[in-house]
Design a protein around this ligand. Structure first.
Ligand code: DX5
Ligand code: ZN
Length: 233
Protein backbone atom coordinates (compact mmCIF):
# COMPACT_ATOMS: atom_id res chain seq x y z
CA UNK A 1 0.00 0.00 0.00
CA UNK A 2 1.32 3.49 -0.76
CA UNK A 3 2.04 5.80 2.18
CA UNK A 4 -1.08 5.98 4.32
CA UNK A 5 -0.44 6.84 7.95
CA UNK A 6 2.49 7.52 10.24
CA UNK A 7 3.93 5.03 12.69
CA UNK A 8 7.30 4.38 14.26
CA UNK A 9 7.40 0.63 13.62
CA UNK A 10 10.64 -0.62 12.11
CA UNK A 11 10.42 -0.53 8.31
CA UNK A 12 12.86 -2.15 5.91
CA UNK A 13 13.40 -0.26 2.65
CA UNK A 14 15.57 -2.18 0.17
CA UNK A 15 17.57 0.11 -2.12
CA UNK A 16 17.31 -0.97 -5.75
CA UNK A 17 20.81 0.39 -6.26
CA UNK A 18 21.89 -3.14 -5.32
CA UNK A 19 19.29 -4.87 -7.56
CA UNK A 20 19.70 -6.31 -11.05
CA UNK A 21 19.60 -3.17 -13.25
CA UNK A 22 18.13 -5.16 -16.16
CA UNK A 23 15.21 -6.38 -14.02
CA UNK A 24 14.07 -3.54 -11.80
CA UNK A 25 10.34 -4.30 -12.09
CA UNK A 26 10.80 -7.93 -11.08
CA UNK A 27 13.26 -7.00 -8.33
CA UNK A 28 10.81 -4.52 -6.73
CA UNK A 29 8.04 -7.12 -6.80
CA UNK A 30 10.45 -9.71 -5.38
CA UNK A 31 11.58 -7.71 -2.35
CA UNK A 32 7.99 -6.73 -1.60
CA UNK A 33 6.91 -10.36 -1.77
CA UNK A 34 9.78 -11.17 0.57
CA UNK A 35 8.69 -8.66 3.20
CA UNK A 36 9.97 -5.18 2.29
CA UNK A 37 7.90 -2.33 3.74
CA UNK A 38 9.06 0.39 1.36
CA UNK A 39 11.15 0.47 -1.83
CA UNK A 40 14.04 2.97 -1.79
CA UNK A 41 15.10 4.50 -5.10
CA UNK A 42 18.49 6.22 -5.29
CA UNK A 43 18.62 8.97 -7.92
CA UNK A 44 22.16 10.21 -8.62
CA UNK A 45 23.20 12.90 -11.09
CA UNK A 46 27.00 12.75 -11.37
CA UNK A 47 27.23 16.27 -9.90
CA UNK A 48 26.00 16.19 -6.33
CA UNK A 49 27.47 12.69 -6.06
CA UNK A 50 30.08 11.12 -8.32
CA UNK A 51 27.76 8.38 -9.60
CA UNK A 52 24.86 8.42 -12.10
CA UNK A 53 21.79 6.17 -11.81
CA UNK A 54 18.40 7.01 -13.29
CA UNK A 55 15.83 9.78 -13.66
CA UNK A 56 12.09 10.42 -13.43
CA UNK A 57 11.19 8.36 -16.50
CA UNK A 58 12.62 5.26 -14.89
CA UNK A 59 10.87 6.01 -11.61
CA UNK A 60 7.57 6.42 -13.48
CA UNK A 61 8.08 3.12 -15.28
CA UNK A 62 8.67 1.43 -11.93
CA UNK A 63 5.56 2.79 -10.24
CA UNK A 64 3.20 0.00 -11.40
CA UNK A 65 5.67 -2.55 -10.01
CA UNK A 66 5.84 -0.96 -6.56
CA UNK A 67 2.82 -1.67 -4.38
CA UNK A 68 4.29 -0.30 -1.16
CA UNK A 69 5.75 3.12 -0.51
CA UNK A 70 7.99 4.49 -3.25
CA UNK A 71 10.72 6.31 -1.34
CA UNK A 72 12.74 8.46 -3.73
CA UNK A 73 16.12 9.77 -2.55
CA UNK A 74 17.38 12.60 -4.74
CA UNK A 75 21.16 12.87 -4.61
CA UNK A 76 21.10 15.64 -7.19
CA UNK A 77 22.06 19.28 -7.52
CA UNK A 78 19.21 21.78 -8.08
CA UNK A 79 16.48 19.44 -6.84
CA UNK A 80 13.82 22.19 -7.21
CA UNK A 81 14.12 21.83 -10.94
CA UNK A 82 13.07 18.17 -10.81
CA UNK A 83 10.68 17.63 -7.92
CA UNK A 84 7.56 18.11 -10.06
CA UNK A 85 8.79 15.41 -12.44
CA UNK A 86 9.47 13.00 -9.58
CA UNK A 87 6.06 13.74 -8.03
CA UNK A 88 4.43 13.12 -11.41
CA UNK A 89 6.38 9.84 -11.62
CA UNK A 90 4.40 8.62 -8.60
CA UNK A 91 6.83 9.12 -5.73
CA UNK A 92 5.24 8.83 -2.29
CA UNK A 93 8.21 10.40 -0.51
CA UNK A 94 10.73 12.77 -2.08
CA UNK A 95 13.92 13.34 -0.11
CA UNK A 96 16.32 16.13 -1.00
CA UNK A 97 19.76 16.81 0.45
CA UNK A 98 20.07 19.83 2.71
CA UNK A 99 23.51 20.41 1.15
CA UNK A 100 21.88 20.81 -2.29
CA UNK A 101 19.13 23.25 -1.23
CA UNK A 102 19.64 26.99 -0.97
CA UNK A 103 16.00 27.55 0.06
CA UNK A 104 15.21 24.37 1.91
CA UNK A 105 11.98 25.60 3.48
CA UNK A 106 10.60 26.51 0.06
CA UNK A 107 11.67 23.18 -1.43
CA UNK A 108 9.96 21.20 1.33
CA UNK A 109 6.74 23.19 0.91
CA UNK A 110 6.85 22.56 -2.81
CA UNK A 111 7.18 18.81 -2.27
CA UNK A 112 4.18 18.79 0.06
CA UNK A 113 2.15 20.95 -2.31
CA UNK A 114 2.75 18.33 -4.98
CA UNK A 115 1.09 15.79 -2.69
CA UNK A 116 4.22 13.95 -1.54
CA UNK A 117 5.83 13.48 1.85
CA UNK A 118 8.88 15.71 2.24
CA UNK A 119 12.20 14.25 3.32
CA UNK A 120 15.59 15.80 4.00
CA UNK A 121 18.87 13.89 3.94
CA UNK A 122 21.95 14.90 5.91
CA UNK A 123 25.43 14.00 4.75
CA UNK A 124 27.68 12.62 7.50
CA UNK A 125 29.39 15.97 8.08
CA UNK A 126 26.14 17.96 8.31
CA UNK A 127 24.90 18.72 11.84
CA UNK A 128 21.28 18.04 12.77
CA UNK A 129 20.90 21.67 13.90
CA UNK A 130 20.59 22.64 10.24
CA UNK A 131 16.98 21.41 10.48
CA UNK A 132 16.02 23.41 13.58
CA UNK A 133 13.80 25.86 11.72
CA UNK A 134 12.16 23.44 9.29
CA UNK A 135 11.05 20.75 11.74
CA UNK A 136 7.38 21.45 11.06
CA UNK A 137 7.85 21.36 7.29
CA UNK A 138 9.17 17.82 6.92
CA UNK A 139 7.99 14.23 7.20
CA UNK A 140 11.26 12.30 7.13
CA UNK A 141 14.91 12.86 8.02
CA UNK A 142 17.40 10.60 6.29
CA UNK A 143 20.66 10.23 8.17
CA UNK A 144 23.38 9.20 5.74
CA UNK A 145 25.57 6.64 7.45
CA UNK A 146 27.94 6.57 4.47
CA UNK A 147 29.06 9.32 2.11
CA UNK A 148 26.40 9.12 -0.60
CA UNK A 149 27.15 7.89 -4.10
CA UNK A 150 27.75 4.17 -3.85
CA UNK A 151 26.33 1.05 -2.28
CA UNK A 152 28.37 -1.41 -0.26
CA UNK A 153 30.28 1.08 1.92
CA UNK A 154 30.99 0.70 5.63
CA UNK A 155 28.62 2.16 8.21
CA UNK A 156 29.87 5.34 9.92
CA UNK A 157 29.41 4.89 13.65
CA UNK A 158 29.81 8.64 14.20
CA UNK A 159 26.19 9.04 13.00
CA UNK A 160 24.56 7.13 15.86
CA UNK A 161 24.80 10.17 18.12
CA UNK A 162 23.12 12.26 15.41
CA UNK A 163 20.21 9.83 15.30
CA UNK A 164 19.75 10.03 19.07
CA UNK A 165 19.83 13.84 19.01
CA UNK A 166 17.31 13.94 16.18
CA UNK A 167 14.99 11.57 17.99
CA UNK A 168 14.96 13.97 20.92
CA UNK A 169 14.44 16.99 18.69
CA UNK A 170 11.52 15.32 16.90
CA UNK A 171 9.56 14.67 20.12
CA UNK A 172 5.95 13.84 19.23
CA UNK A 173 6.12 15.12 15.68
CA UNK A 174 5.20 12.64 12.95
CA UNK A 175 8.67 12.51 11.43
CA UNK A 176 10.45 9.33 10.38
CA UNK A 177 14.17 8.84 10.98
CA UNK A 178 15.60 6.90 8.08
CA UNK A 179 19.09 5.40 7.99
CA UNK A 180 20.85 5.04 4.67
CA UNK A 181 24.17 3.27 4.14
CA UNK A 182 25.92 0.24 5.55
CA UNK A 183 22.83 -1.17 7.26
CA UNK A 184 23.31 -4.85 8.20
CA UNK A 185 21.98 -7.11 10.96
CA UNK A 186 24.94 -5.85 13.06
CA UNK A 187 24.46 -2.11 12.52
CA UNK A 188 20.63 -2.04 12.41
CA UNK A 189 20.26 -2.50 16.20
CA UNK A 190 22.58 0.45 16.88
CA UNK A 191 20.40 2.91 14.99
CA UNK A 192 17.10 1.34 16.03
CA UNK A 193 18.12 1.76 19.67
CA UNK A 194 18.96 5.41 18.96
CA UNK A 195 15.47 6.01 17.53
CA UNK A 196 15.51 5.24 13.81
CA UNK A 197 12.45 3.57 12.27
CA UNK A 198 13.21 3.26 8.53
CA UNK A 199 16.23 1.20 7.54
CA UNK A 200 17.43 1.41 3.95
CA UNK A 201 19.58 -1.53 2.91
CA UNK A 202 21.04 -2.37 -0.49
CA UNK A 203 23.78 -4.97 -0.36
CA UNK A 204 22.50 -6.51 2.87
CA UNK A 205 19.12 -7.26 1.25
CA UNK A 206 20.05 -8.20 -2.33
CA UNK A 207 23.24 -10.12 -1.47
CA UNK A 208 23.04 -13.83 -2.16
CA UNK A 209 19.79 -13.71 -4.16
CA UNK A 210 18.50 -12.82 -7.61
CA UNK A 211 15.21 -11.99 -9.32
CA UNK A 212 14.78 -15.71 -9.98
CA UNK A 213 16.02 -16.85 -6.55
CA UNK A 214 14.35 -14.45 -4.16
CA UNK A 215 14.42 -16.56 -0.98
CA UNK A 216 17.68 -14.98 0.24
CA UNK A 217 16.03 -11.53 0.02
CA UNK A 218 13.41 -12.68 2.51
CA UNK A 219 15.99 -14.19 4.86
CA UNK A 220 18.10 -11.03 4.68
CA UNK A 221 15.12 -8.74 5.37
CA UNK A 222 14.05 -10.89 8.32
CA UNK A 223 17.53 -10.83 9.86
CA UNK A 224 17.78 -7.03 9.64
CA UNK A 225 14.23 -6.54 10.94
CA UNK A 226 14.57 -8.97 13.85
CA UNK A 227 17.85 -7.40 14.97
CA UNK A 228 16.35 -3.90 14.78
CA UNK A 229 13.05 -4.72 16.47
CA UNK A 230 14.84 -6.38 19.37
CA UNK A 231 16.84 -3.19 19.96
CA UNK A 232 14.17 -0.56 19.16
CA UNK A 233 13.62 1.96 21.94
C1 DX5 B 1 24.11 5.57 -0.96
C2 DX5 B 1 22.65 5.26 -1.24
C3 DX5 B 1 22.14 4.09 -0.46
C4 DX5 B 1 22.82 2.83 -0.82
C5 DX5 B 1 22.82 1.93 0.37
O1 DX5 B 1 24.50 6.67 -1.67
O2 DX5 B 1 21.86 6.38 -0.91
O3 DX5 B 1 20.75 3.98 -0.51
O4 DX5 B 1 22.24 2.18 -1.88
O5 DX5 B 1 23.55 0.80 0.01
P1 DX5 B 1 24.17 -0.20 1.07
O6 DX5 B 1 23.03 -0.72 1.90
O7 DX5 B 1 24.79 -1.23 0.23
O8 DX5 B 1 25.15 0.59 1.90
ZN1 ZN C 1 19.50 6.25 -0.57
Amino acid sequence: MPYTSFDRDIKIAPSILAADFANFGAECAAVEREGADWVHIDVMDGHFVPNITFGPAMVKALRPHVRTVMDVHLMIANPDQYIAAFADAGSDIITVHVEACTHLDRTLSAIRELGCKAGVALNPHTPESTLDYVMDSLDLICVMTVNPGFGGQSFLHSQIEKVARLREKIGDRAIHIEIDGGVTPSTAPLVAAAGADVLVAGSAVFGGGSATDTGPYGQNITKIRDAAVAAAS
